[in-house]
Design a protein around this ligand. Structure first.
Ligand code: BYC
Length: 330
């Protein structure tokens, strides 16, 4: 038994932890939601902070491959659509940093973890966007994979993350649709345009499948995250769903997927697909992908260039606080 210094009310910390854990377990068992003020195990807080902030970093770094093509979009309409999409990604980053902050770590600190290479972001954004067709393949495959991964996250046990995901998924649907439409136009264009679309799909297919994370046997966080209702399906389950979804879509586009082992398995009721290069995946995750260094350098530059905005916002907030204090008194 300990005694709090100010109130002198006796507090049994072990008792509080026990009651908190019981309440938490009941909420998870009822498939209900944990909210920021609820007691939660430290491991739950930590894994959510890790996943949500990594997700936020992915949205922000993920703006780079597409921002790269805004000035080279083939028409004013394409440019406007691409700009809207890239702005949506910034918005997703903001919702997600806000959701992560409700777990107790300030955004400034989360950002420092990214800038100092202590936090991960999605492997997919370390690959280059070489041609305009990549805007189509990113929308169709990368946003498509994001939707497959994120729709189940709308039911995540942590309220702020699940609610953020609802809006993110609506916007991702538009993103996937615009990617599909770019590829459809190219694949029904000249032979050179069709070839450009096929080449983009050939390069981005396997990296998109790797977005779902390592195979279940190497997924260190999955079991616990599924027990806590953070993740609803394993990495391999979601990868399989995604493959099943895109095979008929590729046929409708008139494009092929670069996997000779891809074929319908009547018995399983799913498409079989060939092995992925997991050595490449881990190399990219650990910083050795084609563009890791460039993406991080650009992020650091953008952070430094934005210093004046943060300073102005802080000065405004300080002034506003002083004015409010003067008006209502201390
Ligand atoms: N890339 O135990 P596991 C977007 C790490 S943005 C890099 O299975 P978990 C978009 C993993 O962090 C889409 N690292 O992990 C934006 C772990 O290491 P740590 C981003 C990866 O968390 C702009 C280790 O490998 N989506 O769509 O249970 C433009 C073992 O993995 C990756 C999200 O972030 C990867 N691909 O499951 C366009 C979704 N995969 O952290 C589009 C939210 C795994 O223990 N996140 N690692 O050191 C998730 O659903 C889960 O975190 C994951 C991984 C499925 C990604």
């Amino acid at each position: 038994m300990t005694v709090t210094d100010s109130s002198q009310i006796p507090v049994d910390r072990a008792e509080i932890e026990r009651a908190g854990q019981e309440h938490f377990d009941r909420i998870v068992a009822a498939d209900s939601r944990i909210e920021p003020r609820d007691w939660m195990p430290e491991g739950y807080r930590k894994t959510l902070t890790r996943q949500i902030s990594q997700h936020a970093h992915s949205e922000i770094i993920g703006m780079q491959p597409e921002a790269n093509w805004i000035t080279r979009a083939p028409s004013l309409k394409r440019k406007a659509i691409l700009m809207a999409k890239v702005q949506d990604e910034a918005g997703h980053g903001l919702y997600l940093y806000s959701a992560a902050e409700t777990l107790g770590t300030p955004r400034r600190e989360l950002n420092q973890q990214l800038l100092h290479g202590r936090a991960k972001y999605s492997s997919i954004f370390n690959y280059p966007a070489r041609t305009w067709a990549d805007m189509g393949a990113i929308g169709w495959l990368v946003d498509g994979a994001a939707i497959a991964n994120q729709v189940p996250l709308c039911r995540c046990s942590y309220g702020p993350y699940g609610r953020a995901m609802v809006r993110v998924c609506k916007e991702e649907s538009f993103h996937q649709r615009q990617g599909w439409e770019i590829l459809h136009a190219l694949s029904h264009g000249t032979p050179a345009q069709k070839q450009m679309a096929q080449d983009a799909v050939d390069r981005l297919y396997a990296p998109a499948l790797m977005m779902f994370g390592p195979p279940d046997s190497d997924s260190s966080n999955s079991d616990q995250s599924m027990a806590w209702n953070i993740k609803r399906f394993s990495n391999d389950e979601l990868r399989q769903r995604f493959v099943d979804m895109i095979v008929p879509q590729a046929e409708a586009l008139g494009l092929t997927l670069p996997d000779p082992d891809l074929k319908w398995n009547e018995e399983r009721g799913h498409y079989d697909f060939g092995p992925l290069d997991w050595d490449e995946f881990w190399r990219v995750v650990k910083g050795g992908g084609p563009l890791n260094a460039q993406r991080m350098q650009r992020r650091r530059e953008a952070h430094a260039e934005g210093a004046w905005v943060r300073e102005a916002a802080e000065a405004y907030a300080a002034k506003h606080t002083t004015t409010t204090t003067a008006l209502i008194g201390d």
